[in-house]
Design a protein around this ligand. Sequence first.
Ligand SMILES: [Zn+2]
Length: 75
Amino acid sequence: MPFFRYVAKALGIKKKQKKLIMEVEVVRTKITLACTECKNRNYNTTKDKKAHPDRMETKKYCRFCRTHTMHKETK
Ligand SMILES: [Zn+2]
């Protein structure tokens, strides 16, 4: 076994990376956040589908309204 593979195995790097990639693929979902006041789509983000199975609502700054408004998840 090459030395670097031995080290990686000893540190568990390979396993951790694989787990991380799987979590990103399975859990994180791309969403768009739209201002509820002016309906502009201001933010692209990802969310944890397990933590937020329903549509997300969050207070964020809207550059069109020039204030913080509620932003809703759209598709
Ligand atoms: Zn707005």
